[in-house]
Design a protein around this ligand. Structure first.
Ligand code: FES
Length: 154
C-alpha cells in the first residue's frame, strides 16, 4: 500500500487564518463575508464631542490623526476593547483571559496589547497570547462606515 503522505496540517487552515487548537476561543464568524455579518455601532465619529453624548463619540480630529486609539465598549453585555494601532483597527474581548484585566487600558506596541494588570500580551489581530501562542483572547472584525465605528461579535 502506498504511503498516503503526511496528510493535512492540523495547525493551519485553508487560508492564513489562525486555527484554534484548544477551543478556548471559537471563531464563530471568521469566515463570514462583511455583508453576512451583524454589525454593532460602538462609537460615532463627530466634528466635536456633544455636550451630553447619548453614545460614545470620537472626535473626527482624533480619527484623522495617526495616534493610537483605545476604547472599551459594551456590546450585547460583552466588554470589548477596540483599538487603532499603526493605522489598523482591531477589537478583542476587553477582559483579559488571565484575571479579567481591562485590555483597553493596556499598552499598544508592535501589534500587541499588554494587559495593565500582569503584563500578558496579545496579538491585536488574532488574540493569540504571545508567550504560549494560544488564542486566548477572542478577536472581532472592525470597520469604519461613514460616521460610525462598527464591530461584529456574532
Ligand atoms: S489580568 Fe491580564 S495579565 Fe493578569
Amino acid at each position: 500500500m502506498p504511503d498516503p503522505g503526511p496528510g493535512p496540517d492540523p495547525s493551519s487552515g485553508p487560508d492564513s487564518a489562525p486555527r484554534y487548537p484548544n477551543d478556548v476561543v471559537e471563531a464563530k464568524n471568521r469566515d463570514l463575508s462583511p455583508d453576512d455579518r451583524k454589525w454593532h455601532t460602538v462609537a460615532l465619529i463627530a466634528d466635536s464631542l456633544p455636550e451630553k453624548p447619548a453614545q460614545r463619540t470620537v472626535p473626527k480630529s482624533q480619527i484623522e490623526s495617526e495616534d493610537d486609539i483605545a476604547m472599551e465598549v459594551l456590546v450585547e453585555s460583552r466588554v470589548v476593547a477596540v483599538f487603532r494601532h499603526a493605522g489598523q483597527w482591531y477589537a478583542l474581548d476587553g477582559m483579559c483571559s488571565h484575571q479579567g484585566g481591562p485590555l483597553a487600558e493596556g499598552v499598544l506596541r508592535d501589534g500587541c496589547v499588554t494587559c495593565p494588570w500582569h503584563g500578558w500580551q496579545y496579538d491585536l489581530a488574532t488574540g493569540i497570547q504571545m508567550i504560549n501562542q494560544q488564542p486566548l483572547q477572542e478577536s472581532f472584525p472592525v470597520r469604519l462606515v461613514e460616521d460610525r465605528i462598527e464591530i461584529s461579535i456574532d
